[in-house]
Each structure stands twice: as structure tokens, then as C-alpha cells.
Design a protein around this ligand. Structure first.
Ligand code: BV8
Length: 235
């Protein structure tokens, strides 16, 4: 039997588009990261094995950009939802703009720039914040540190946790993602039939069944949606 829907629970799935207005480039838009870098060389275990320096340079640069960025109106509005709702943010983003806006329950499905991890089977994690990772920077167990990022071909370990959150949500907002990367893109199908499902996007090739489309920039659309949800919040 499926768990009961919680009328006070909102789950948000965010992607690179929500951070675009903070100056962090997306991946697949024109001028996006995957038009400037070969993802097989910078975001796969095979690329790391071939040229770890190239991979470190790519993520050190992105860590610096993310650290200098500020949360925008969309991040801030989602944080304000916590005044009246239990909110879980599932993000594909590796920046920490949701947390810096004030969101307290954020699950990073593709990892985080602010963390490094060892390359031995122990996978020991270390918080590095905005600091770069250099070749020769070692973990406690003596292995080279790498970004704590889920690369293509690596498992997305928090999928079960993400599905469990979506299953009990009464509202599900999907914002700023092209829904091209799996398995995370499949999460749009996990929302309950009776949940209010909203997709905020600049342009949409296909709208998932049951979703209301709010077309436009996240920084414009999300604050209005949040205002409506707060005004109608259950007592
Ligand atoms: C796995 C690293 C198994 C982190 C990232 C063929 C078919 C189906 C699947 C596959 C396939 N071939 C391979 C696969 C699997 C593969 C995959 O999905 N590939 C795709 C490309 C087809 N997936 C994997 O490999 C995953 N792992 O499957 O593991 C496994 C199991 C057991 C054991 C071993 C293995 C791992 C996926 C993780 C990939 N990591 N990158 C990083 O460097 O950031 S993915 C990369 O894409 C980013 O992390 C990002 O999070 C993710 C999603 O992108 P979006 O966030 O959606 O960004 P995008 O640019 O695409 O879109 C932005 C959107 O915002 C646009 O729609 C735009 O219009 C909009 N927008 C722009 N501005 C605004 C806006 N919207 C609103 N407001 C604005 N202002």
C-alpha cells in the first residue's frame, strides 16, 4: 500500500536553470557547459583516469564561480515556503545556493562542489568549501581527493530517498531542468495522482502528463507560485 499524502509537504526537483539567474551556467542551453567541455573528458570516471588534472581544473573553476554567486529570487522564495510547509528540495545542482537561501532540507542527487572524497573504496568525505583540489591532495587513507560529484556512469545513490519523499508530497514542483539525465529525470513519474504537479521551464519539448506548465524564468515564476501556496496553506 502507498503511504498517505501529507498536505503540508512540498517536494521540489531543481536543475541548473534555477541557478542561471545567479550567473551559474547551465549545461545544455546554447553556451552551456557541455557546449564548451567534452563531458566524457571532465565528468566520467574514464575521463578522471585519463587526465585528473583536466577534471580538477574544470571543477575548481566551477567551485570558484559557485562560491562567488548569490541565491536569486527563486532560491529565496523556496526557502520562504518553510514558513508554512515541510519542504524537501531534491537538486541536481552541485552549488549550495538553496542552502545559502535558507532551505534546510536539501538532497544533492549529483553531489556537491563543497565536498571532496577519497578515491579508495572507503570513499571518505571531506568538506572543502570553496578551496580547490590539487593533484597530491590526499584523503586520510592516503588516496587522492576527487570532487564528491556523481559522474556519468556512476550510480545516483540517493534515488530511493528521493522517491520516498515524492511519494508523500501533496505538491511537487519541477524547476529549471531539461529532464534529460537519468535516473533523476524519471522522478517526475513518481508524484502521486492527486498531488499538484507544476513544471516551471523556459521552453519545454515535452510536458510530463499531469503537470501544469508555468513558462518563464524561475526568478519570475517561482516567487508568484510560492506566494499562492503560502496564501492557501493548510492551517
Ligand atoms: C547512472 C556531473 C547507472 C555533475 C552530471 C541513454 C538513455 C538514458 C540514459 C542514459 C543513456 N546513456 C547513458 C545514460 C545514463 C546517464 C544519462 O542519463 N545520460 C544522458 C545524458 C542520456 N546517466 C548516468 O550516467 C547516471 N548514472 O545511470 O548510473 C549505474 C548504476 C549502478 C552502477 C553503476 C552505474 C549519472 C548521472 C549524473 C550525471 N552527472 N554531471 C556536474 O558536473 O554538474 S549531469 C548534469 O546534468 C548536471 O549534473 C545536471 O545536474 C544534470 C541535469 O541537467 P539540468 O540540471 O537539467 O541542466 P540542463 O542544462 O540540461 O537544463 C537546464 C534547463 O533549465 C533547460 O531546460 C533550460 O531551458 C532551463 N533554464 C535555463 N534558464 C532558466 C531555465 N529555467 C528556468 N529559469 C531560468 N532562468
Amino acid at each position: 500500500m502507498k503511504p498517505a499524502i501529507d498536505t503540508k509537504k512540498i517536494v521540489v526537483l531543481s536543475g541548473a536553470g534555477i541557478s542561471a539567474e545567479s550567473g551559474i551556467p547551465t549545461f545544455r542551453d546554447s553556451g552551456g557547459l557541455w557546449h564548451q567541455h567534452d563531458l566524457r573528458e571532465v565528468a566520467t570516471p574514464e575521463g578522471w583516469a585519463r587526465n585528473p588534472q583536466l577534471v580538477l581544473d574544470f571543477y575548481n573553476e566551477r567551485r570558484a564561480v559557485a562560491a562567488a554567486a548569490e541565491p536569486n529570487a527563486a532560491h529565496l522564495a523556496l526557502a520562504a515556503l518553510e514558513q508554512r510547509f515541510d519542504v524537501v528540495i531534491l537538486t541536481q545542482n552541485i552549488d549550495d545556493l538553496h542552502e545559502r537561501a535558507g532551505s534546510t532540507n536539501v538532497i544533492h542527487l549529483h553531489g556537491e562542489l563543497a565536498w571532496a572524497r577519497g578515491t579508495s573504496a572507503k570513499r571518505l568525505r571531506r568538506r572543502i568549501d570553496a578551496a580547490p583540489i590539487m593533484l597530491g591532495d590526499l584523503c586520510e587513507d592516503g588516496s587522492q581527493l576527487r570532487p564528491d560529484i556523481v559522474w556519468f556512469g556512476e550510480p545516483v545513490e540517493r534515488m530511493d530517498a528521493a522517491c520516498a519523499e515524492i511519494l508523500t508530497a501533496s505538491k511537487f514542483l519541477v524547476v529549471g531542468t531539461s529532464l534529460t539525465v537519468f535516473p533523476v529525470a524519471s522522478l517526475v513519474k513518481k508524484a502521486r495522482w492527486h498531488a499538484e504537479k507544476v513544471l516551471c521551464a523556459l521552453d519545454v519539448e515535452r510536458r510530463p502528463a499531469g503537470y501544469t506548465l508555468l513558462r518563464g524564468a524561475a526568478g519570475k515564476i517561482v516567487p508568484g507560485l510560492v506566494q499562492r501556496w503560502l496564501a492557501d496553506a493548510p492551517r
